[in-house]
Design a protein around this ligand. Structure first.
Ligand SMILES: Cc1ncc(COP(=O)(O)O)c(C=O)c1O
Length: 413
């Protein structure tokens, strides 16, 4: 069956066999990995790129004049160039490597707020944010005496941008919103929100953690000011991600952490800062992560992202139609534009029980609040079960999910 999973387009050269982990068994059953919104699996090209880095050119970067150091530096900076291209950034100096989305958002929430957020100012978020795009702003608002407001989520799981325009608070300084919800799957119209914000003198940060694996990203077309994403959700390793920011904005911000790499000159009493992006990259960077992230980008580009997107959309439509037909199953989030993330409730069965039942069948899904407690509270729930797809999933896996869900429903009835 696995061999049959090849892209239909000849330009799209990928195979499910590229992902070694997908051929393992779990509890005696073939693994059906449906937890891609939490983290994606890695193609062999990524695993081999990391191994090659350690086997042949591992060294610390930037300060070194020996060959290994130069090779490692070249690999790090080439990865930055690829990451810039991946998100349509005008310049690689606007791409700051971070540990992931969480660190990228904390960076902005800390240093931008310190310089530009005044008492009484407002930060506008939405009711569907991941804790990573909520708690850093709570901390910033508390430090600066600022306020938070939230775009409401309607019953379909969409944001009402007209209401946002009508209720706009003139003290709004920054909008921080997710591009794709990790629970509802909703793809938000961040370009429209960016136009709204810009016309009113506010900045906008886009949390692209969930959209990056599924949608082509173009920071210029989106019209955003900051964008954050995690490498591990786009088939790269954990511990690497990026913050993109418009150059003039990044220039105007103070550093985040102090240490090596981020300085130009250091005296006992004070220091001056390195150029962008290194001003924000204190300490030894995650070269291994950057190398793996670059290999993931190469892999996706070679596989033809357009073709992968089409395959995912077809899988997503199939999953939606199959899940909708499961008696007693309620899908949370029915947005017109959505990604392949399905959070649901199933009768009286507890999400953790469902996930455990599915695990016995070799099916990996997630259960809990998915780091979105306020959203769950607004749905009147404490937890949901979530199945999330990547392009390497198959209709057969979705069929297995549906059969196992029917079994779980009957078992816990
Ligand atoms: C929408 C969203 N934002 C932010 C994050 C945080 O990403 P990370 O844990 O990689 O920093 C996640 C992770 O699931 C997410 O789904």
């Amino acid at each position: 069956m696995r061999d049959a999973v090849r892209a239909s387009s000849p330009a799209s050269a990928w195979s499910r066999d590229d992902f070694p982990i997908l051929s393992r068994k779990v509890n005696g059953k073939p693994l059906a990995y449906l937890d891609n919104a939490a983290t994606s699996q890695k193609p062999r090209a990524v695993i081999e790129a990391i191994t090659k880095y350690y086997e042949s050119y591992n060294a610390n970067v930037h300060r070194s004049v020996h060959s290994l150091g130069e090779e490692a530096t070249a690999a790090l900076e080439s990865a930055r160039g690829k990451a810039a291209r991946f998100i349509g950034a005008p310049s690689r100096s606007e791409v700051v490597f971070t540990r992931g989305t969480t660190e990228a958002i904390n960076l902005v929430a800390t240093v931008w707020s310190e310089s530009f957020l005044q008492k009484g100012d407002l930060i506008l978020l939405s009711g569907m944010e991941h804790h990573s795009n909520l708690v850093p702003w709570q901390l910033a608002a508390r430090r600066r005496g600022a306020r938070l407001a939230f775009l409401p989520v309607d019953e379909k799981g969409e944001l009402d941008l007209e209401a946002a325009e009508e209720n706009w608070d003139p003290r709004t300084r920054l909008v921080a919103v997710t591009h794709m919800s990790n629970v509802l799957g909703t793809v938000n119209d961040v370009a429209a929100l960016a136009r709204l914000a810009r016309a009113r003198g506010a900045l906008i940060l886009v949390d692209a953690a969930q959209s990056a694996p599924h949608l082509p990203l173009d920071v210029v077309a989106l019209g955003c000011d900051f964008l954050a994403l995690s490498g591990h959700k786009v088939f790269g390793p954990m511990g690497i991600g990026l913050l993109w920011g418009r150059e003039a904005l990044l220039e105007a911000l103070p550093p985040y952490m102090g240490g090596g790499e981020m300085i130009s000159t250091v005296r006992l009493e004070d220091s001056t800062w390195n150029e962008l992006p290194w001003k924000f990259e204190a300490g030894t960077p995650n070269v291994e992560g950057a190398v793996g992230f670059a290999a993931a980008i190469d892999y996706l580009e070679a596989a033809d992202r357009g073709a992968l997107g089409e395959r995912e959309e077809a899988l997503s439509r199939y999953a939606l139609s199959r899940l909708e037909a499961v008696e007693g199953l309620v899908i949370h989030g029915r947005a017109a534009r959505r990604g392949p993330v399905f959070a649901f409730s199933l009768g009286k069965a507890h999400p953790h029980d469902i996930a455990q039942y599915l695990d016995r069948e070799g099916i990996a899904v997630r259960a809990g609040h998915h780091c979105a407690q306020p959203l769950h509270r607004s749905l009147g729930l404490t937890a949901t079960t979530r199945a999330s797809l990547a392009f390497y999933n198959t209709e057969e896996e979705i069929d297995r999910l549906v059969a196992a869900l029917e079994g779980a429903r009957d078992f816990y009835r």
